[in-house]
Design a protein around this ligand. Structure first.
Ligand SMILES: Nc1ncnc2c1ncn2[C@@H]1O[C@H](COP(=O)(O)OP(=O)(O)OP(=O)(O)O)[C@@H](O)[C@H]1O
Length: 331
C-alpha cells in the first residue's frame, strides 16, 4: 500500500467546516479526513444536507476550514494562486451562472481561458481540445445554440464539456448528471471514469445516483449523519454492509445479491412461485407491491413468452394475473 501515497492528489486532514448563521456558528462537518487518488473516479454520496457541497466549497476555497488543512499535491491549497488553481482544478457546480446569449461553443471555449489568459486567442490545439470536449459529451451539434435556448440536460452536458476542455488534473463535479436521462447519465459517468483511468486524473463526483455510481466508481466516500466519512471501493462497502449507512431508515435496504435498493417488505407471504428465476423475482415483487399475502396454490411462471399458470388458468401478463386475483377477491 506504500505506493498509494504517491497517488494522492488531494488530501484533507482533520477538517472542521461550517457557516456563521445569525452570528452563531453552525458546524457541519467535524474532524474529516479524506484522500483523493490519481487515476480514480471517486463518488461522494450521502443524504441531503449532510455536507457534501460544503466539503466541495472548502476544497474550492469558497469557505475556509475552521480547523484542519487541505493539501493539493502535498502543498496547502491556499498557497496556490487562483490562476494555478484554475489550471489544476476543473469544476462543474450545480448552479452555473452564464449569460443566456452565450453559445455552447463559446462556453466550452471558456474552459481554455486558464491556459490562454482572458484575452488569449485559442490556437489550433485549443480548438481541437474544445471540439473533442463537445464530441465527448455528444454535444457537437449544439455548438451554435444559445444557453438560454437549450434544455437543462443539454446545458449540463455543455458545462461538463467546458470542464473537460479546461483539462484540470483534478475534476470536481457536484451532481453533474442530475438533469440527464438514463443513457446520458451512464455515458457521462463512464466518460469520467475513462478520463480518470486513462489520463491519470482525479475525478470527484457528488451524486445521489447509487446504481450508476456502483457501476462506475473506483471509490466511494460515504457521508452519514453523525458518523465519520467512510471510504472504500463500492464492492467492499457493499460486502461489509457499510453501504447501508446511506439508508438509515427501516423502510429500505440495499440488497447485495441484486446490487439494488429495495423496499423492506413487512408482508408475511404465504405463497409459492416456481419457474425461471428472473420471472419468479418479478412475480414476487408484483405480489408484494399489491400486498397479496395468500394464494390458494402455487404459481408457475415461464419467460419468453411470459406465461403464468395458477389454479388451471393461464395468464400472459402480471397485470392480467393481478386483475384475476382482484376479481377473486382473495386479499
Ligand atoms: N451558506 C450557508 N449558510 C448556512 N448554512 C448553510 C449554508 N449552505 C449550506 N448550509 C447548511 O449546511 C448543511 C449542509 O449543506 P450542503 O449543501 O453541504 O449539503 P449536501 O450534502 O450537499 O446536500 P444535498 O444532497 O441536499 O445537496 C445544511 O444543513 C445546510 O442548511
Amino acid at each position: 500500500m506504500e505506493g498509494k501515497q504517491e497517488h494522492i492528489a488531494l488530501e484533507g486532514k482533520g477538517l472542521t467546516l461550517g457557516y456563521f448563521h445569525k452570528k452563531t456558528k453552525k458546524e457541519i462537518l467535524h474532524g474529516l479526513d479524506f484522500r483523493l487518488f490519481r487515476g480514480e473516479l471517486t463518488c461522494l454520496l450521502g443524504p441531503n444536507g449532510v455536507g457534501k457541497s460544503t466539503l466541495i466549497k472548502a476544497i474550492l476555497g469558497q469557505i475556509q476550514p475552521w480547523q484542519g488543512s487541505i493539501l493539493l499535491d502535498g502543498r496547502p491549497i491556499e498557497s496556490f494562486n487562483s490562476e494555478e488553481l484554475a489550471k489544476r482544478i476543473s469544476v462543474v457546480l450545480t448552479d452555473p451562472i452564464f449569460p443566456g446569449n452565450m453559445t455552447v461553443g463559446q462556453l466550452v471555449a471558456l474552459g481554455r481561458t486558464p491556459h490562454t489568459g482572458w484575452l488569449g486567442k485559442l490556437n489550433p490545439q485549443d480548438l481541437e481540445i474544445v471540439e473533442k470536449a463537445l464530441a465527448d459529451t455528444k454535444s457537437s451539434d449544439l455548438r451554435d445554440e444559445r444557453l438560454s435556448e437549450i434544455s437543462d440536460g443539454q446545458r449540463q452536458k455543455a458545462m461538463i464539456s467546458r470542464a473537460l476542455a479546461q483539462d484540470g488534473e483534478l475534476m470536481i463535479l457536484d451532481e453533474p448528471t442530475a438533469h440527464l436521462d438514463l443513457e446520458n447519465r451512464l455515458e457521462i459517468m463512464h466518460l469520467l471514469r475513462d478520463i480518470a483511468g486513462k489520463q491519470e486524473k482525479s475525478v470527484l463526483v457528488v451524486t445521489h445516483d447509487l446504481d450508476i455510481a456502483i457501476e462506475t466508481a473506483d471509490r466511494f466516500w460515504l457521508m452519514g449523519r453523525d458518523t465519520p466519512m467512510l471510504a472504500g471501493s463500492p464492492e467492499d462497502l457493499v460486502l461489509s454492509g457499510k453501504i447501508g449507512q446511506l439508508l438509515p431508515s427501516d423502510r429500505f435496504h440495499f440488497n447485495p445479491e441484486r446490487g439494488k435498493v429495495e423496499s423492506r417488505s413487512t408482508l408475511v407471504a404465504d405463497w409459492v412461485v416456481e419457474g425461471d428465476a428472473t420471472a419468479v423475482f418479478w412475480v414476487k415483487k408484483a405480489l408484494q407491491k399489491a400486498e397479496i399475502s395468500k394464494l390458494e396454490g402455487p404459481v408457475f411462471v415461464e419467460i419468453d413468452p411470459l406465461s403464468l399458470r395458477y389454479k388451471d388458468q393461464r395468464f400472459r401478463s402480471l397485470t392480467d394475473f393481478l386483475d384475476f386475483l382482484n376479481s377473486e377477491n382473495l386479499f
